[in-house]
Design a protein around this ligand. Sequence first.
Ligand code: AMP
Length: 428
Amino acid sequence: MKLQSVRGMNDIFFPEMHLWHFVEEKIRRIYKNFGYSEIRTPYLESTQLFQRGVGNDTDIVEKEMYTFEDRSGESLSLRPEGTASVVRAIVEHNLLRENPIMKLYYLGPMFRHERPQKGRYRQFYQYGTELIGTDDPWSDIEVMAIHHMLYQELKLSGQTLRLNSIGCSTCRPKYKEKLTALLEARKGEIPEDFHPRIQTNPQRIFDHKSEKLVALKKELPLIINSLCEVCQKHFEGVQEGLKTLGIEFVIDPMIVRGLDYYNRTAFEFDSKDLGAQSAVGGGGRYNDMIEQLGGKSTPAVGYAGGLERLIMILEVQNQVNKSDLFKSDVSFVFADQNSVQKCMKWAYQAREMGLQADVSVQSEKSMKAQLKNADKAGSRYCFILGEREIQNQTVVLKDMSTQTQEDLPWGQIDQTLQKLVNQKLGNI
Ligand code: AMP
């Protein structure tokens, strides 16, 4: 049997990997600039965590988790999302006692047994932030602003921030009752897969993809028209803040988010470059979840985006040249066995000094083949040590872009490498 990776789970390697690193570095830098520190939680958690934290009545928990019993009979699941684990960790380590406001981020794989297609995989990577400890609209705004900045830096065009408020435990029950009654009355027009949700989570009708529901949705009442005073004020505060920061958004009452634990703010970024799976990422406020997982009632807001989708957008827009991201600074080319050792030492030294240096590890390789490799590695400069140079105790320094070259005495190699380092630092 031919061995292959599990369906919907991908190998990622060069040259795409260079693009992944480029994006991951930007994500980490922007998160750090906003004062968020990384949290790494295990990929495996007790199944109960997601049942309680994501909600039994969600697609994720109902049918998408990789769940199994381990050797001691405990039910475990591969994490399908990041927030529940972050909250578990905060409660478990009592982090809120010392840090009433916490800014955390994560970046790593998530697992969902969905039908694989372009932009949707069974193992995929999410980057996300959680801002815990405050209900202030400025915290919702910050979580949106971070990601707005990220997408701007990546020069994504055609992305939209869609904003909604989905109410809270004060205003939602009355609205939910009204919506349930209306949907029960029109049950015949609603696809059967949604019937159980009419009672449990009727708002999800708005993100049901069925074409048949388009007309019905337009007739349904919207929660933003029945928000309580506190939610209304919060929603207005969020909109004002976004305007203050010059972040464009549209109000979209169809954004209800797939997860049970959200309240008030719900938002998504989407992009026209993504096709059917248009969501770049989504987030919202989850004031009830920490208490639900055994902690003290604490407000929180978060966001998660899919890395594969960011990479896809970058590929479509073709803004970044993948091979440029992994170019060597300098190559060393040797003539024969007599010059290998010198080149190896110089390459080692160059790497110590912070240069990306390339030298063949096959000491039999011809100079011609090595020069070809130097070209492929993208090195701007190439040190060539031929027989003549060995005799003269010199080395040829070739500028690959101008095709000019000069002879350097061995004694000048140190300072030349230092010049290249300075040049590189100046270029950053
Ligand atoms: P969610 O937790 O479902 O709101 O997902 C947040 C973001 O993660 C989505 O907007 C996507 O960018 C990404 N995402 C979710 N599920 C998948 C998947 N199966 N494959 C790839 N990306 C995904």
